[in-house]
Design a protein around this ligand. Structure first.
Ligand code: FAD
Ligand code: SF4
Length: 476
């Protein structure tokens, strides 16, 4: 018999009169801390909508007959329906609707690139005023106590191992435990969340929000085994011999791409993932209360133009950098970072240096990095990505003084993935799967960044959900 845990009664809808949207009202601004204040520490920069702000924003939604916002969401959350519930002040009902498609709204509301997804498609965006869907999602996501309790299917007496506790692994684990499976998540680190805890800084995504999601999974019965590197402690085959019936591999793509330039190994030169892990996970920001130190540079230069580069440079600012530069080989217009992150970084005093590419890091007298030598670039014809290709300007070099340099030019597949099992990898080391996440090995599925390459939280979650359904169909 399915186990149905008690469902609280939703708040009553307040009105049955015909809905007239307040579509001419301006978009409700984010509830941000002023830049000068938030720069003092790692506090979240955004306090989230109050009830009044959420209602004002929900009242702008046109409740479109053909809601384009849904087509922009990678997991097709029923956006107008949950916004309607917010209007009726049934916040638990709104959360239940989101939960049908996404289990992590408090996280996705904070970090999804809405401007290029749901909000990018919202009809009101044509007038530059899309509904603040991310803020509304976060608003209800922060009220997990109002959601209906999940229905747990009858026990299937089958064990599934999930490798990696990033958004893909925990979504798959959550789906499987609800479907009646006995699920164990193996995680290499001492805590769960993957990039959500070691990469994305506290000021964008508080660790308490991630912990809340992991705790909720534990309460549903998911077991977590930390400090467990699958491939080293046991292979997939060994776990199957210990009684597991299937495995989902979600080990991410955390291996930094090298610049392959002289001076890359100098003290003071970091990879963004290493720098952010030191500060976020190992709490180098609170040294000496925590053991891990990191260099607090006064002049910091970060190479890259994505969200990872923005996180690194804004972290450096909070660690006391007087000059913090984002150096990018194209211009601001071509930067892959979300517009909001670039805007926030600039508001916090980050300088943008366009059209430069690093060619060497130069050492000072004591052997520490003292400057980054950059080559100046110009934009040529568009490349395969549709963006204009950066081309070197012959003989144009400049030395930029710095005491910390950070490379944020991308990552590669986690090499540990190939030690887990003998499934087929592509030439870059990512796991090959079919559309359901099934690998070339019979009982092994995979998803998230280790399949797609560095992508987004919502896509990693979507892959976990798809694979859970396929595992259920296969094992049941
Ligand atoms: P991960 O989150 O990488 O998790 C993989 C987990 O597997 C890790 O915990 C790792 O320790 C564990 N693991 C690896 N190997 C093993 C093993 N052999 N055994 C056991 N455990 C193992 N996306 C957005 O949508 N919005 C953003 O704002 C955003 N900002 C980002 C900022 C940074 C700094 C970074 C690095 C990424 C950002 N991303 C963002 C991308 C997003 O975080 C990733 O796409 C997403 O986390 C991928 O999820 P995943 O579960 O596949 O892998
Ligand atoms: Fe509301 Fe915009 Fe979606 Fe229309 S497209 S339903 S206005 S959020």
């Amino acid at each position: 018999m399915p186990q149905v845990i008690d469902r609280p009664t939703p708040a009553k809808a307040t009105t049955k009169t015909r809905y007239i949207p307040n579509a001419t009202a301006p978009r409700t601004p984010d509830n941000e801390e002023p830049a000068a204040e938030r720069m003092k520490d790692f506090r979240p920069i955004d306090k989230g909508f109050t009830i009044q702000m959420a209602l004002a924003e929900a009242n702008r939604c046109l409740d479109c007959k053909r809601p384009l916002c849904i087509t922009g969401c990678p997991v097709n959350i029923k956006i107008p329906q949950f916004i309607k519930k917010i209007r009726a002040q049934d916040f638990g009902g709104a959360l239940d609707i989101i939960h049908e498609d996404s289990m992590l709204p408090a996280i996705c509301g904070r970090v999804c690139p809405q401007e290029s997804q749901c909000e990018g498609k919202c009809i009101l965006g044509k007038r530059g005023n899309p509904i603040a869907i991310g803020q509304l999602e976060r608003f209800v996501g922060d009220k997990p106590e109002l959601a209906s309790k999940p229905v747990i299917e009858a026990a299937k007496h089958k064990k599934v191992a999930v490798v990696g506790s990033g958004p893909s692994g925990i979504t798959c684990a959550g789906e499987l435990v609800r479907r009646g499976f006995d699920v164990t998540v193996f995680e290499a680190f001492f805590t769960g969340g993957g990039v959500l805890v070691y990469g994305i800084p506290e000021f964008r995504l508080p660790k308490a929000v991630v912990k809340r999601e992991i705790d909720a999974l534990t309460q549903l019965g998911v077991k977590f085994e930390y400090n467990s590197v699958v491939g080293r402690i046991s292979t997939a085959q060994e776990l199957f011999e210990k009684g597991f019936d299937a495995m989902y591999v979600a080990t991410g793509a955390g291996l930094p791409k090298l610049l392959h330039i002289p001076g890359e190994n100098l003290p003071g030169v970091f990879f963004a993932n290493e720098y952010l892990t030191r500060v976020n996970l190992m709490k180098a920001k609170d040294f000496p209360h925590y053991d891990t130190p990191t260099k607090h540079g006064k002049n910091v230069i970060v190479f890259g133009g994505g969200n990872v580069a923005m996180d690194a440079v804004r972290t450096a600012k909070r660690l006391g950098a007087e000059h913090a530069i984002i150096a990018y080989r194209r211009t601001e217009k071509e930067m892959p970072a979300s517009k909001a992150e670039l805007h926030n970084a600039k508001a916090e005093g980050v300088e943008v240096m366009p059209l430069v590419s690093p060619v060497e890091f130069l050492a000072g007298e004591k052997g520490f990095v003292r400057a980054a030598r950059v080559q100046k670039m110009k934009l040529g014809e568009p490349d395969a990505s549709g963006r204009r290709r950066p081309e070197p300007i012959e003989g144009a070099f400049e030395d930029i003084p710095c005491d910390v340099a950070i490379s944020a030019i991308g990552t590669n597949a986690n090499p540990l993935a190939k030690m887990v099992a003998n499934y087929k990898l592509n030439k870059w080391g990512y796991i090959e799967t079919d559309e359901n996440g099934h690998t070339s090995e019979a009982r092994i599925w995979a998803g998230g960044d280790i399949v797609t390459g560095s992508a987004t939280v919502i896509l990693a979650m979507g892959a976990g959900k798809t694979a859970a359904k396929a595992i259920d169909e296969t094992l049941s």
